[in-house]
Every structure is written in structure tokens, then in C-alpha cells.
Design a binder for this molecule. Structure first.
Ligand SMILES: Nc1nc2c(ncn2[C@@H]2O[C@H](COP(=O)(O)OP(=O)(O)OP(=O)(O)O)[C@@H](O)[C@H]2O)c(=O)[nH]1
Ligand SMILES: [Mg+2]
Length: 298
């Protein structure tokens, strides 16, 4: 018998949720960047060791719902909270507490399961800020246990894991040990391309882009991957392509390098940039690019 269970990682955007998941797993299953709203889908990362199997669920950061894509992201958060065995509420500890705004943490995340409020980025903050955060979060969610970590310095990650194990039930593994995520490899390939777009573009472009893998074909010993990048405006397409195609080339080279590392083999990556106005509000395009809402979610 092992300690097994589902643990959702929730919080505001940019708190470091995806970074934490990748760090715990020791491999990348979820992209992480300094841009807000990097994660759009709930992503399961499956952690295994001798005495446990923990299925962590990385979630999008909280967003105000303006478009259907935002509603999809919010739905991903709430679905990830159903039937979890424990909850990690990740907080960027370098940002001071705001009584009005941070009430949302209680409103959205308070559950009956064991809950850890985890202050991340303590490498960026100081003891006074942390003490104040502790006081405020204790008032907000008195039953939750508070912990400090730094993903950057890999500080206290083992302590967090031990604490989580201690509250999980015993049982049989849910998944075979070679499985690390619930998403297929093609999903991560698309996300890696999106990560490069997030890294190399500014303002509205990162949030207006989606990526879809159209085909993966093996010819001789090389994998040929075709991907479509969707944007909302002609001007964004121009930015992503860049003068003489320099930026799309840069995005492609960086993505290819990461995907090759992931697969341990050479690939050939072809990207095609398509413009669809308001795709973030169109059920058809959301479906096509992996953000489909059920009718009852709308
Ligand atoms: N200094 C510092 N930076 C960190 C730490 N953990 C994560 N970061 C950075 O914080 C930024 C956001 O990280 P993500 O993992 O993408 O955050 P997220 O919570 O998944 O964000 P969303 O997906 O947008 O909700 C990245 O630039 C990380 O490198 C940390 O412990 N210290
Ligand atoms: Mg994320």
C-alpha cells in the first residue's frame, strides 16, 4: 500500500504553480513563464516514489471572465477542485496582502480537504512581509497549514512533499509508473511552441495566441511536425512572423530545441500562422484548439 491521492495546485496567476509542478516531477509537463496567464488547461503531473503516487493538478491562475477562453480557464480551476485529497494554494510571497482583493482566495478555494497555503518566492521577500502574510492568511483560512518555499532555490520542496504525503490516504496506484501526465505528448509540443511565443512577444500578443499540432509524421528517421499558430489580428501575425520572418524563425528554433530534448530525437518543425478574429470567444475555434466548453459550462 502506498500513499496515493489527487492534489490540486491553485492560486493567482504567476505564483509559480507550473514551476512547482515541474520541480516536483523533475521534468517539464507544464510550461512556465513570467507572463501572466501562461497555463490555460488543468494539467495532471504524476509523481511516483517508493511509498507514494501523487497526482498533482496544475491549474490556470484566477482570471476575470471576459471571454469564453477565460470561462474555460475558470472551469478548469473549479473542476480540478472536485474530489481532491489535498489542496495547495500557492501564493507569491513577494506581493503584499490586500484584504479586499485576496478575499477571493477564500471565496474560490476554501474546501474541507487538508489545505496548505504555500508561500513561494521567499527568495524575493523578507521576514516582515512573510510574518504579515502569515497573519492575514491565517485569518482568511484558519484551518490551513502555512509553509514557505522557493522554487528558485529549491527550498523546502521536500518538506512540502512530506507534509502532503502525511495527509493522503493509503491505497493502490491509479496510474502506471511510466505515465507522467494526462495529456498526450502532442499537447506538450504545442505548449512549448506557445511558451516561446509568450517569451518572445509582448502585450496582447501572448494572450491572443493559441497553438495546435496538425500532424506528426515519421519520414526516414526524422519526425516532421506541422503546427498552426492562431492569432486574433493581422497585426499580431505580422509581429509573430517578424521582418523577413526573423521572429517566427527564432520561435521555431527555440521550440525545436526543447521538443528534441523532450523526445531525445531530431525533429523538423513547420509552423503556419493563421488569423481568426475573436477566436477566444468562438466555440468552434476554442474547440479546435483544445479549449472546448461543454454547453452546460457556458
Ligand atoms: N524568484 C522566483 N521566481 C519564481 C519562483 N517560482 C517561480 N518563479 C517565476 O515566476 C514566474 C511564473 O511562474 P509560473 O510557474 O509560470 O507561474 P504560474 O502560477 O503557473 O502562472 P499561470 O500559469 O499564469 O497561472 C516564472 O518566471 C518563474 O520562473 C521562485 O521561487 N522564486
Ligand atoms: Mg502555470
Amino acid at each position: 500500500m502506498k500513499k496515493v491521492g489527487f492534489v490540486s495546485i491553485v492560486g493567482k496567476t504567476n505564483a509559480g504553480k507550473s514551476t512547482l509542478l515541474n520541480l516536483i516531477l523533475g521534468k517539464k509537463v507544464s510550461i512556465a513563464t513570467s507572463k501572466p496567464q501562461t497555463t490555460r488547461n488543468a494539467i495532471q503531473g504524476i509523481y511516483n516514489d517508493e511509498d507514494s503516487q501523487i497526482i498533482f493538478i496544475d491549474t490556470p491562475g484566477l482570471v476575470k471572465a471576459h471571454q469564453q477562453l477565460d470561462r474555460y480557464m475558470n472551469k478548469q480551476i473549479s473542476s480540478s477542485l472536485i474530489d481532491v485529497d489535498a489542496l495547495i494554494i500557492l501564493v507569491d510571497a513577494s506581493i503584499p496582502f490586500n484584504k479586499e482583493k485576496d478575499q477571493i482566495i477564500k471565496d474560490r478555494f476554501e474546501r474541507d480537504c487538508p489545505t496548505f497555503i504555500v508561500f513561494n518566492k521567499i527568495d524575493l521577500t523578507n521576514i516582515f512581509l512573510i510574518e504579515n502574510l502569515k497573519k492575514e492568511y491565517h485569518e482568511l483560512l484558519p484551518k490551513a497549514e502555512i509553509l514557505e518555499i522557493s522554487c528558485k532555490d529549491k527550498f523546502n520542496i521536500d518538506v512540502l512533499l512530506q507534509k502532503i504525503k502525511s495527509v493522503l490516504p493509503e491505497g493502490e496506484k491509479y496510474y502506471p509508473e511510466e505515465m507522467t501526465s494526462d495529456h498526450p505528448m502532442s499537447f506538450l509540443m504545442g505548449e512549448i511552441i506557445r511558451e516561446k511565443i509568450l517569451l518572445f512577444t509582448e502585450e496582447e500578443v501572448p494572450h491572443s495566441a493559441a497553438v495546435k499540432i496538425d500532424s506528426i509524421k515519421k519520414i526516414n528517421d526524422t519526425l516532421h511536425i506541422d503546427a498552426t499558430i492562431l492569432v486574433e489580428k493581422q497585426s499580431q501575425k505580422k509581429i509573430i512572423i517578424g521582418k523577413g520572418g526573423w521572429l517566427i524563425k527564432k520561435i521555431g528554433i527555440a521550440a525545436r530545441k526543447d521538443i528534441e530534448e523532450l523526445l531525445g530525437r531530431k525533429i523538423n518543425l513547420t509552423t503556419f500562422v493563421r488569423v481568426e478574429e475573436n477566436w477566444r470567444d468562438s466555440a468552434n475555434y476554442l474547440n479546435e484548439f483544445g479549449y472546448g466548453l461543454n454547453k452546460r459550462d457556458e
